[in-house]
Structure formats: C-alpha cells, structure tokens
Write a protein that binds this ligand. Structure first.
Ligand SMILES: NC(=O)C1=CN([C@@H]2O[C@H](COP(=O)(O)OP(=O)(O)OC[C@H]3O[C@@H](n4cnc5c(N)ncnc54)[C@H](OP(=O)(O)O)[C@@H]3O)[C@@H](O)[C@H]2O)C=CC1
Ligand SMILES: N[C@@H](C=O)C(=O)O
Length: 268
C-alpha cells in the first residue's frame, strides 16, 4: 500500500549502503525521490529499478557534497521545492586511520561531508519545512557519537555534532509540526568499511547489523516519533538514563560562582 500524499524524499548518499536502502523503503512507502551522491550511473540504475517496481518518480542529482557549489545547489533545491517533505541527511565517510594518521586535507574532507553538508542541508530543509508547518529530517549519526574512546575522534566528533544538531533542531521544529530524528547505527555492513580501509569482518558477526534491518528499524523509530533511534540498543533504559543524567545537569551548568573544588585555598 502506498500513499501518494507523502511527497518527495531527498536522500543524500543514495548510491549505495544505508542511503540506497532508504531509497528502496521510502519508494515502497509511496514517496517520490531525489537521489543525491557522486556516482550518477549507480543512482540511475537504482532509480530505474525502483521506478519499475513502485511507479514512483525518481530523480538523480549528481553532487559532491564536499564541493561548496554542489552543496549550495542541493540546499537551494531543498529551500525552493515545495514537493519535498523529507530530508534523509545520510551521506558520510570514515577516515582511513585516525586523527593522528591523517593530514589536513583528509580531515577537512571528513568535516565537509559529515558536518558542513548535513548542517547546511538541515538548515535549508528546516527553514522550508517550518514555513510549511510540516516535514521531516532524518540525520544519520552513529553510536560512536556516544563512544568517542572507541574510534577515531574526528569521525565520532562529527557524529556527536550531528546528534547535537538533531536534538537542538527537534526542540525548535517539533512544536511547529516538523519531525527531526537522529539515527545512531552501530556497525552496519556497507561499503563504508572498505572505503576507509577497514574489514567489517574483523568484528564478531553478532556486532554487525544487516543494512536492511538497520533501515527498517530506523523507519519504525521514525514512525513511533522518536527523536533518537539506536537500532542495536536492546535496553532503551540505558540511553534514557544517560540522557536523563545529561538533562539533570542542565540547571547546574552556568553559575556566577566557581564550584567549591576550584576555589584556591591560600595557606595563611
Ligand atoms: N555502515 C556503518 O557501520 C555506519 C554508518 N553510519 C553512517 O551512515 C551513513 C551512511 O553510511 P554507509 O551507507 O555505511 O556508507 P557507504 O560508504 O556505504 O555510502 C556512503 C554514501 O555517501 C555517498 N558519498 C560519499 N562521499 C560523498 C560526497 N563527497 N558527496 C556526496 N555523496 C557522497 C556515497 O556515494 P558516492 O560515492 O556515489 O558519492 C554513498 O552513497 C554515513 O553518514 C555513516 O557515517 C553510522 C554508523 C555506522
Ligand atoms: N561507520 C562506522 C565507522 O566507520 C560507524 O559509525 O560505526
């Protein structure tokens, strides 16, 4: 069953992996699609298959989201196309090695793709959706946003950024009828691993999720109205405790007085 009133979903990083599965699932739900990535031929093959299977209208937009002009073009499309009702801010990369193994161009490239691009696109979509009083933004973060010691700090920092932006945007946009969800996958079997010189099979099999399971669970979290969806986390009370502790600190974080433990005691 499809719903022709769902509008168009713009998905970044839609040529493979998590983005390509979002494309499959959202087309089957009844969304028309705009697929964004660099590999136009790969997206066109996906678009042709999904159009044949679902009858949806699917457009391919070739863009390198680390390029300012390309990013601007996609942001302008989000700002101006009233048919777009959903942004899936998914394109992302991981480094080959970590912060101490890479030079500035590689670090800057990761920040451009994982931080600047989703921020600019969420801003463009958020303003447009807010004006229309409806729409949704799905931001792909990572469980590594919560576990900086477990991986490269640049990547986990970029995903913590995405999580924070999502939480902030949700608090501003949800009262105006716009849904915002941060998805935090754990290790998921996609090309991101080989693209960054890693072997996903080096993890125990029980740590690696299938990409279809990941996207189906994430969309279920979206349907349930979740702001943060962590598909691998069986005990959701663990995240709730963590988040409640964070929120409980809020009233204590800005004070005129220095905390007693930082007051120097001068010996007489
Ligand atoms: N797989 C995992 O274990 C996890 C993934 N994530 C996050 O999920 C998201 C999707 O990851 P995943 O599907 O695994 O990654 P993949 O490497 O499988 O796919 C990445 C997608 O992003 C696109 N992309 C890469 N660079 C650019 C660029 N410069 N401009 C535009 N598009 C680009 C790629 O297409 P093309 O090459 O054609 O441009 C591709 O479609 C990412 O944000 C990632 O950080 C989070 C946690 C775990
Ligand atoms: N994609 C992974 C790292 O490369 C992750 O976020 O777990």
């Amino acid at each position: 069953m499809t719903d022709s009133t769902l509008g168009t979903a713009l998905i970044t990083g839609a040529s493979t992996g998590i983005g390509a599965v979002y494309a499959d699932r959202l087309a089957k739900r009844g969304h028309d699609l705009i697929l964004v990535a660099r590999d136009a031929a790969r997206m066109q093959a996906l678009a042709d298959r999904l159009t044949a299977e679902t009858g949806r209208t699917i457009e391919v937009v070739r863009a390198d989201l680390t390029d300012g002009d390309d990013l601007d073009r996609v942001a302008k499309r989000l700002a101006s196309d009233a048919a777009i009702t959903l942004l899936v801010n998914n394109a992302g990369m991981s480094l080959n090695g970590g912060l101490l193994d890479n030079e500035a161009p590689a670090l800057e490239r990761l920040i451009a793709l994982n931080v600047t691009a989703p921020t600019v696109l969420a801003s463009a979509a958020g303003k447009a959706f807010q004006a229309r009083g409806k729409g949704g933004i799905i931001n792909l973060a990572s469980v590594l946003a919560l576990a900086p010691e477990a991986f490269d700090g640049t990547y986990s920092g970029s995903k913590a950024f995405v999580l924070n932006v999502s939480l902030s945007l949700a608090s501003q946009l949800e009262p105006k009828g716009v849904r915002v969800q941060a998805v935090l996958p754990g290790a998921t079997r996609t090309e991101i691993w080989e693209r960054s010189g890693k072997d996903v099979d080096s993890f125990p099999a029980e740590m690696v999720m299938d990409v279809y399971d990941l996207v189906d669970a994430s969309l279920l979290g979206f349907d349930k109205g979740e702001t943060v969806t962590i598909p691998p986390l069986a005990d959701e009370g663990l995240y709730e405790s963590y988040n409640n502790a964070r929120l409980a600190m809020g009233p204590h974080l800005s004070k005129r007085d220095v905390a007693p433990r930082y007051r120097e005691t001068v010996a007489a």
